[in-house]
Design a protein around this ligand. Structure first.
Ligand code: P6P
Length: 334
């Protein structure tokens, strides 16, 4: 690629806005602001080994998990990038129990941002890839300042979804319902450059299954049979390989680019599993479907789940359509 054919994320978003009348300027600005926040977080994550920002803050987040300093930093960066823009009516973050209002000193807008500022943070101090996940909905209530109704919307109504993976390189991947597009950060110019246009989950997919098998004894019989099915080679197109990083964004990014299935099932102790619906499973499900894949709870499409609380969890089977369909088949047998 010669230097003149660089497509930055800002250019890509503007060109999409012109191409698709449903993408408004405000909506484009939210995506651009998220890209800026991602650059700032990326810099801090990549410095983590050098600067004393590792280790636990000593507090626990609403999930009862120890909070890492980078979690706090990422939360603050996204909040400050968004709170004053006049595009949002409220926000939801994994780090905070209640919806985040827009300060009265700033105008409110027509969109809702739901995000996990730094997922997989337990991997920070062992240098495993971590990520940010976000989802954008349009405000549906009559209230100027956003309400719970605006936050609890079914995934199929998402306007946009995306994630940032802070790995060997930092990538920003998003969809607005017109395909999935990936941008790689060039730190030398501080720009996200289009590197993966119109990502499609490969067909035939690589035969990877991705699950924490340590929970096998807690699983329902259908889940145990499903794993045996994959271990024995599935429907006979060749043996599967196990791949599990333990960082959702990294496991999903591999699944998106190579195919396979990522699974975080419910079990006896946690019937709804561990992963959150609104700001983890739902945005990744939107991306997976836009890339030709599927996302299921094991009983229904993730995008059809009607939320009842902002931090609710859901079982998640995500990736190549044929493997997710197989998962539904085994899990429906109970
Ligand atoms: P387990 C990381 O803590 C996380 O929230 C996700 O990023 C990841 O997919 C999952 O938990 C891993 O959970 O139970 O396998 O350690």
């Amino acid at each position: 690629m010669d230097g003149t054919s660089i497509v930055t994320i800002e250019r890509h978003i503007i060109e999409a806005e012109r191409k698709y009348p449903d993408a408004s300027g405000a909506f484009s600005n939210i995506l651009t602001d998220m890209a800026l926040a991602a650059k700032v977080i990326s810099r801090q994550v990549n410095m983590a080994g050098l600067v004393d920002i590792l280790g636990r803050v000593g507090r626990r987040n609403v999930q009862g998990e120890p909070v890492q300093k980078l979690d706090v930093f990422a939360q603050d960066v996204i909040y400050r990038a968004m709170d004053h823009t006049g595009h949002l009516c409220c926000m939801v973050s994994e780090e905070l129990e209640d919806p985040i209002p827009i300060p009265d000193s700033f105008p409110a807008g027509e969109y809702v941002l739901l995000f996990d500022p730094l997922d997989g943070s337990s991997n920070i101090d062992v240098n495993v890839s971590i990520g940010t996940i976000f989802s954008i909905h349009r405000k549906v209530s009559d209230s100027e300042r956003g309400t719970l109704e605006d936050c609890l919307q079914v995934g199929r109504k998402q306007l946009a979804a995306g994630y940032v993976v802070y790995g060997s390189s930092t990538m920003f991947v998003y969809t607005t319902g017109h395909g999935v597009h990936g941008f790689t950060l060039d730190p030398s110019i501080g720009e996200f450059i289009l590197s993966h246009e119109n990502i499609r989950i490969p067909e035939p997919p690589n035969r990877y299954y991705s699950v924490n098998e340590a929970r096998h004894s807690e699983w329902d019989p259908g889940m145990r049979r499903l794993l045996e099915h994959f271990k024995s080679g599935g429907d006979g197109e060749g043996a599967f390989s196990a791949r599990y990083i333990g960082s959702l964004v990294a496991d999903f990014h591999r699944t998106l680019l190579r195919g396979g299935i990522f699974m975080y099932p419910g079990d006896r102790s946690n019937p709804d599993g561990k992963l959150r619906l609104l700001y983890e499973s739902s945005p990744l499900a939107f991306i997976a479907e836009q890339a030709g894949g599927r996302a299921s709870t094991g009983r229904e499409d993730v995008l059809d789940v009607v939320p009842t609380s902002i931090h609710q969890r859901t079982p998640l089977f995500l990736g190549s359509r044929e493997f997710v369909d197989e998962a539904d088949g085994f899990l429906s047998q109970g």
